[in-house]
Design a protein around this ligand. Structure first.
Ligand SMILES: Nc1ncnc2c1ncn2[C@@H]1O[C@H](COP(=O)(O)OP(=O)(O)OP(=O)(O)O)[C@@H](O)[C@H]1O
Ligand SMILES: [Mg+2]
Length: 443
């Protein structure tokens, strides 16, 4: 058997691991022989005695511990140092290594400088090791189990030192990882704090914007309801003015003209005819002024009450438009305040005006029905219909006020409005208004 001072036997069942070791060692000038398990290793050692054996532990047939034991039992091979490759996850690994007479550990995954420094250690201590006298086996008990350690003192020392070194290395790594983790946690906490601060600022800004929006919406609502009320008062004033001032003046004018006509000499035929034409014309003006005054102030509401006023309004609309109208209006006269009645009447007026202007309908249904403390109103046509979303998003210059005013009036009365329309099918305007006691308008 020949011995090469630079020969290392690598015992490893993983081909990739074995190849990696071979490359590292060959780069350092060692000659590397490889075996895939304990049995192959013993045959290889019988052919050529290596300077050092590096062996994996878990291998088929003969494992690393067993291989080590067999080497120690062999007269020729017993002084060959054995380094075991281990993950060192169990303290019993150390005892087992001592027991089988291993010299050192290399902890997997190993780094190259560490591996090489272990090998150099054996080269330096080779002579020392062979001088050691044979010691009696040492008996130790670990975790309730008895082990017999045959290794010499140097072996034990080396093995324990390598174990300690590995533990220290692992510990250092652990500390570094812990510090890194601590730094990461702090950075994360910082980020979370910054984000939380930014978020609460965003929330505060949004809340302020929402409050401002709500306030301005409330102002707008207030303004529009004031506007509708002012409009109603102005209409009433104009109506009275037309009726009382203009109407009276026209009647006076008519009386004067009649007086003139009566006092004309009989031969003034032409003048008499002109006067009669004038009188006729004044009558037409008076009638127009009356109509204007009526339209401005829904006097039929005061004269007839809400139910009859609604029936009359639809009746007149039917006569003018030639539409077939079904009116199902229940008696609701005393259920609303005078102001509420005017608003309800105006909603009907606007609905009918829109139908006259746009719907091209054949049939119309108008209804007012009492129902648990509220009245359900309905105006339904079978006309052209329209795209409500499109109408709502028209730019203000082209947007009518009718539907908006309707919604505002319903809101002022604490009710709910629903407009549904389908092109080619028709339009339905329905709203419910609570009866007395009259609640405050929706905010
Ligand atoms: N019954 C209906 N059938 C078909 N289209 C309708 C009907 N009612 C409303 N519309 C459509 O909805 C639009 C908006 O109606 P809205 O009453 O708000 O305004 P407007 O009638 O155009 O103007 P304003 O009422 O101010 O005189 C109308 O221009 C029309 O296109
Ligand atoms: Mg309109």
């Amino acid at each position: 058997m020949h011995e090469d001072s630079k020969a290392i036997l690598v015992v490893e069942d993983s081909a990739t691991q074995a190849e990696r070791l071979r490359l590292i060692l060959e780069q350092q000038g060692y000659r590397v022989a490889a075996a895939r398990n304990g049995r192959e290793a013993l045959s290889a050692m019988a052919r050529e005695k290596p300077q050092l054996v590096i062996s994996d532990i878990i291998m088929p047939e003969i494992d690393g511990y067993q291989l080590c034991r067999l080497i120690r039992a062999d007269r020729d091979l017993k002084h060959t140092p054995v380094i075991l490759l281990t993950a060192l996850s169990d303290p019993a690994d150390v005892i087992k290594a001592l027991e089988c007479g291993a010299d050192n550990f290399i902890v997997k995954p190993y780094d190259e400088p560490n591996l090489l420094s272990r090998i150099h250690l054996f080269e330096t201590n080779r002579d020392l090791r062979n001088l050691e006298a044979v010691q009696p086996p040492l008996e130790i008990v670990f975790q309730g189990q008895k082990y017999l350690v045959n290794s010499d003192r140097l072996q034990i020392l080396n093995l324990l030192l390598s174990t300690y070194e590995a533990a220290v290395a692992q510990n250092t790594q652990l500390l570094q990882t812990q510090q890194q983790l601590q730094r990461l946690t702090e950075a994360l906490e910082d980020q979370v704090n910054q984000r939380t601060a930014a978020l609460s600022e965003e929330v505060a800004v949004r809340r302020r914007a929402e409050e401002a929006l709500r306030a301005s919406e409330q102002n707008l609502r207030f303004l529009s309801s004031q506007l509708l009320t002012a409009q109603e008062q102005e209409r009433r004033r104009l109506s009275l003015e037309l009726h009382d001032e203009l109407g009276q003046s026209l009647i006076l004018l008519k009386l004067q003209l009649r007086n003139i006509e009566r006092n004309l000499p009989p031969d003034q035929v032409q003048l008499r005819q002109d006067s009669l034409d004038g009188l006729h014309f004044i009558d037409e003006i008076i009638e127009n002024v009356r109509r204007l005054s009526r339209e401005l102030r829904p006097s039929m509401l005061e004269d007839l009450g809400l139910s009859s006023a609604l029936r009359q309004l639809t009746g007149e609309f039917s006569r003018r438009s030639g539409l077939e109208i079904a009116a199902q209006v229940e008696e609701i006269d005393d259920l609303f305040s005078p102001d509420a009645q005017i608003n309800i009447f105006r909603i009907f007026q606007e609905s009918l005006t829109n139908i006259g202007k746009y719907a091209h309908a054949d049939r119309l249904l108008v209804a007012a029905k009492k129902q648990d403390g509220q009245v359900q109103f309905l105006v339904e046509d079978d006309g052209d219909g329209f795209d409500l979303a499109q109408v709502k998003t028209r730019d203000p210059g082209h947007k009518g006020l009718g539907l908006t005013a309707m919604a505002e009036r319903v809101r002022m009365l604490g009710g709910a409005l629903q407009i549904s329309s389908r092109e080619g099918v028709g339009t339905q305007i329905s709203f419910t208004i609570p009866t007395a006691p009259f609640p405050a308008p929706n905010p």
